[in-house]
Design a protein. Sequence first.
Lengths: 314, 470, 311
Amino acid sequence: MIKGLTIRRKQSRTDQSLPILLLLPALIVLLVVQFFPAFYTIWLSLQERFPTGWQFVGLDNYRLLVNTSLFKESIGHTIVFLVGYIVLTLSLGFVLASILNTRLRLSGFYLALLFIPWTLADILVGMVFRLLVYPDYGILSGILGNPALFPPKGLSVLTAARPAPLFGSFPFPPAPAMVYLILASSWRALPFITLLLLASLQTISQEIIESARIDGANTWGIARHITIPLIFPTLVVALFNLILTGVNSVGMVFSLTAGGPGTATFVMSYLLYNLGWERLRFGQAAALAVMMALVNWALIGGTMRVTRVDERTA
Amino acid sequence: MNAHGKSGLMWLAVSLMIVLALVLSACAPAATPAPSQPTQAPAQPTPAPEAKVFATWYQFDQENTDPASDEAVGNAWLRENMAKFNEAFAGKYKWVNTPKAWDKMDAELIAAVQAGGEVPDIIQITDFKIPMHAKNGSLQDLRAWAEAQPWYAGMDPQALKTCTGPDGGLYCIPFAEIPYVVFVWADLFPNDYPKTIDQFLTEAERLKGEGRYIMTYFGSTDKGGSGATRGVWTVISSFGGTYDDGKGNMLLNTPENIAAIEFLRTLTVKGYVPEVTFAGGFQEEEAFKDSSAASIPTALFGYRYLRPLTAPDGTKYETMTEQDMLKAIEDGKVVLRPFAAPEGKKPSGGLSARGVGIPKGAKNREAAEAFINWVLTHSDIAADYALRGESGLPVLFAAYDQPQFQGKLHQQAKAVVQASALRSWRGSLERTAEAQMIIMNAVYKLVKEDVTADIPTVLKQAEDEYNAGK
Amino acid sequence: MVRTLSLSPKTWRSIFLNGFMVTFLLVAMLPIFLTIIISFKSHKDIIRKPPVIFPCDTPASAFDLRACRWSVEGYERVLVPKLTNSFPLIQLTGRMFRIYIPNTLLYALSTAIGVTVMAGMAGFALSRFRFGLRRALMIAVLSITGVPLLTNLLALYQLGVTLRKTPIPFNDRAYLIFVYFGFYLPLSIWIAKGFFDTIPRDLEEAAMIDGATPLGALRHVTMPAALPGLAAIFLMTFVNVWNEFLAGYLLVTKNELKPVMFGLYEFLGPNIINFQMIAASCILIALPVVIIFQVARRYFFMAMVEGAIKG
């Protein structure tokens, strides 16, 4: 016992080097794959490719990018997508988690089924959802195209134009394709969010809730004054997780709409792909990546504050 | 015990490291033998082992023997010609093809050349990709070599010109010329396909009354804006419009273009084109296939993909191969026509040369040259290349006389070429990939998304964006 | 009879909640259900206009179970089975099973093994030792947990470009696996550390007092206790790599080395409507992952919640 304790208290030189040795492989990988790209992307955003090679062009890439109509548009699309995706997923997730938390006898079965979408690749989900509403031939387009249900002409999800914007050029209300993209994305993210909230709800003791009920609180009152404050940190984690995946996921757009119809679902992540690998404008793509990375880092910083990481790393 | 504790953990750490090293090294040898040798297809005789690999990128897949596959014609052509080539050059070259997506191939090549990645010895090329390759330095200039070849004098000079980059280099060898034509269901036009725009609109109204659409076209922004090179270009060029100012700048805001877009807009607003026109994924073709749309402006190679077919009178062509369209044309159900044009203008449409280029860094240029010579010194092979490899008209004059170009399809195609002033959409534009995306986004916006938007404003915005991009 | 009507409020609540869940799940499972149906249709029924949901209609009636035209055409065209004379007698010659799935298996297994080992080592070090840079390292690892692959891809792509030009032997597969390591390590380290933290050190020490060597203690006490955590990391990494598309698509130049999601994406290119093929390949690709998840659900839930709340 005493000898065991000395391992912890007295730190000999081997004790100092062993953990570093254990950490070394992971650190090397992370340096190359995670830290290096951050700096390289910044460098790249200041360069432009000429037949002779890369040349420093200052902030030209940022200027060109910000001046394109597609960039401005994509910010609007990203915001619309995010708001829809987050509101839908969080609220549904909360309702489902609350129901599952009442410990229905079949909860396990429900969870098993509910979980399937999360295990599917985003590009695959996009393809499946695309198949369903393919104009004319999609299995659901017969129903959607019924003028009685969707006046006046029926709904063709992947081609219908977006309605006239209400606020200047901000793309709201969104095109049906955007709504559909949100639905598909939420469908896939819902299981994870539900599970996260469920795990957090399960830590709240039933006694508190029971006593509140005895005191005459109704379901909404309990949710508002007890449940939500208690699971607030988890809600924030879920929120940030949704924003991060929402801003950066491109697979679904790739296979579901490819940015279309027109540019109605051209979100920033897809613009990044488009600039880099379709137009081969890597400098501009890097400029966009830098801007997006800033958003990401702000979000991660926020999550770390809320979950009080400092206490956990002790 | 203390020392033991440390050495034990140390031992664990070291063993974990070894496991890791093993895992890492396990991936490397697994990687060296490529799991697939595309040459193992049964149809090919195995050439002598010392044969040097001759690598190509085609949009066809020699291993796909599915007759219903959409590239079945090209696949079969490639398979058979690979066998022929390998036989002709047995012991010397072995043709190995990697299928690549047609709309991603060029970007992939440029990336591979810049990345020092694997590049083929021959890549299938469409002429309007040439400036992009010239700018990125991804293809070899073949002028000096080509001019010294015996077949050079027998080639259509017009097509050779389209393979020329802005710097005068010859970056591809054209094997086929693809005219853009209009496929028409003949029975739906008792007075023949309209020649003027006014007639076109009258006929459109009549067909609408019969529950049909006069036309369908690639109207979506899908496939990197490829629509700008197809039906949209047919309309714009028939109105006398262009995409450029002749000096490398994009110029869209012209009276001709505005008139053309107003025409396209009318088609949408009045319901003369079906909704699938804007669906992407080549869905627009479906409306022609079941004859709910009476015509489709597209490239001559469309005949391979437009299947199965149902004629307006209910006749079905359902072999699910290119024979469907050939039979329909033979029966006179489908005819090829030039597009309509405003009074006093000659109808137009796209004209593109398709052929091959030799990428920079190709390992076996010698084989690539041997291949080009092999095709162009055998008029039957050249004809087959133009017919099944690219579905166009041959560039080599000698191949014109081959029997396969005497059928109705090609005779009508030749008539369309003569009756119209076909030209490439590219003009003097250099960043064609970017250009077609920008153009198609603008056209889509004006024609489909917002039919009240001010046409000159949107066109001006699009051209400014392209021109600002250096 | 009367009694059944006077159910207690609690029972009513349970009926209502179960009813809600069942309805919700029916709607939520609809896309999967429809995809399965599509995958068993023949081409003739795929290109019907207007579309029919079940290929079971006859001129006489809209739905006749005996007239259903189910077909495995889609699966056949994805797998392209060919008879051979040698052992398995049947060979799947479709690209999907000949090239892409073996590739993905290699990538997913190598990544999962590597990540599990490295995360295990790192997690153990962070959990069991107190050393100078520990805190800084932990915050660093934690902060990159959320960094998405997308914004790093440009640089990793260009890094691949540069490396291919150097004399250092470059291997597409090894590079992709290395990138996957870096992408899935941060979360895994964090999960591993969490699991090691839950194993009381006193347990090891007690075992040592009972005469076990430190290595023995590690093997018999710490490792078994940490095993569920490591298994969770392994499975999660495996599934993540299996489902990854963009990096596999962009960082690998040769088609023969590309992963299965690229194979799926390839189906979007052709211009003939082949819904039955797309649906069939979606199901074939998703099935292994869905099965793994259902079998090992407990581990996933543990790891996911653990990882998400902390990261």
